[in-house]
Write a protein that binds this ligand. Structure first.
Ligand SMILES: [Zn+2]
Length: 388
């Protein structure tokens, strides 16, 4: 116990040393400069939405206290950076975004030792500008922590760092700040469902709804070609994988039907005719189209995919390379097959170029160089619901 108290002191010290750098980065990367940052004199649990890799620096700009944060195991697996990050800030590693089991106990213990903890409830950045859904566990965790809950929201981060993009754009968040606070008594008085509703409302943002009001010019300095790692269906002829990004970096053209659509300076698609205006429109079109096709027995496959086994620390072991194919029952690659009903937590990483999932306690990663594996999410969801 004494050992733990000492190490908390160490991490608080390190955090204090780094905070000026966090504030500087929040200013440079996100345009965030909180005028009246708040200091708490009791342990708090902070829930925030997740729109960029620099979110915790935005939180640090608004809240003066040291806090631990939950972070995805794959960040700690990123070589020297991951090691250093883990050693300096001692984050709570979670596997694929969900705080459960050992991570949850670790989090509760840290709060009990009078620390603060920041959790990004979605566990991932948004690919379509809307806060991604999260479940009842967020409400249960907040109640179990028996401390004050502070909700925090950033708006407009999607346009700086959409999930399908490798790098961050120049620009500013639309806004950021504390939304609400709930005392532990207030939390205890609410049902889990009621509390979840409040947290979801506090954290919800739709970057496009905000942008419609602002119509602020955006700087996508790297173009938007990487969006094809997440979305892959031509909105006109509905061919999968026929779109490429032209040299201008902002026009997507179909090699099959010749249709093209352009991303304008406000982050909306323009086309003649206009089939989709936003990534959310595009996603809805993909969902409907693929569902119809799956029902007719039409599936997809991708060449040049590699399968890895990964351990809890996200270290990879190569298993096989080949063509990944999906059908009504399973994903298969070479001699490996993965029936949907045995899989847990299928999730895309690398902006859509990788898929991670678990099966019976074993963890796997499918990866393709710049290709699109995000579409297998539709198939997995459809295959699972079909079985019920
Ligand atoms: Zn087309």
């Amino acid at each position: 116990m004494k050992q733990k108290a000492k190490s908390d002191r160490f991490y608080r010290f390190v955090f204090r040393c780094f905070r000026p750098a966090f504030l500087l980065l929040a200013r440079i990367k996100l345009g965030v400069r909180a005028k009246h940052p708040k200091r708490y004199h009791e342990p708090i649990l902070i829930y925030s939405n997740h729109t960029t890799d620099f979110d915790f620096m935005a939180v640090s700009s608004h809240i003066k206290n040291h806090f631990y944060f939950v972070c995805s195991q794959h960040i700690l697996g990123m070589g020297l950076f991951g090691k250093l990050f883990g050693k300096l800030f001692h984050p709570i590693p979670v596997f694929k975004g969900s705080v459960k089991g050992g991570a949850m106990l670790d989090l509760l213990r840290r709060i009990k030792r009078s620390n603060n903890v920041l959790v990004f409830c979605e566990g991932r950045l948004s690919h379509n500008g809307k806060t991604q859904p999260f479940g009842i566990a967020a409400a249960q965790l907040a109640k179990a922590a028996k401390c004050r809950l502070v909700t925090f929201r950033t708006k407009g981060g999607f346009f700086l760092q959409p999930r399908w993009q490798k790098s961050i754009n120049r620009g500013k968040l639309f806004s950021s700040g504390i939304v609400n606070e709930y005392s532990k008594e207030a939390l205890a008085a609410m049902s889990d469902e009621e509390l979840l509703g409040k947290i979801q409302t506090d954290l919800y943002t739709d970057a496009y709804e905000e942008q419609k009001k602002r119509m602020q010019p955006l700087r996508f300095k790297h173009g938007i070609g990487e969006i094809l790692r997440y979305y892959s269906l031509c909105p006109a002829c509905k061919t999968t994988g026929s779109l490429t990004c032209r040299d201008d970096g902002f026009t997507l053209s179909c090699s099959s039907c010749g249709y093209s659509m352009r991303w304008n300076e406000y982050g909306f698609f323009e086309g003649e005719p206009s089939y989709v205006k936003t990534p959310a429109d595009w996603e809805a079109l993909e969902q409907i189209t693929y569902k119809e096709r799956f029902g007719q027995g039409q599936f997809f496959s991708d060449e040049g995919v590699t399968l890895f086994a990964t351990d809890e620390n996200f270290q990879r072991t190569l298993l096989v390379s080949g063509t990944l194919a999906g059908d009504a029952e399973q994903l298969s690659i070479a001699a490996f097959s993965f029936p949907y009903h045995e899989l847990e937590g299928l999730e895309v990483l690398s902006g859509g170029s990788s898929l991670v999932f678990s099966r019976k306690g074993e963890h796997f990663l499918l990866a393709t160089d710049g290709g699109n594996l995000a579409k297998y999410l539709y198939l997995y969801e459809w295959g699972k619901s079909n079985r019920k």
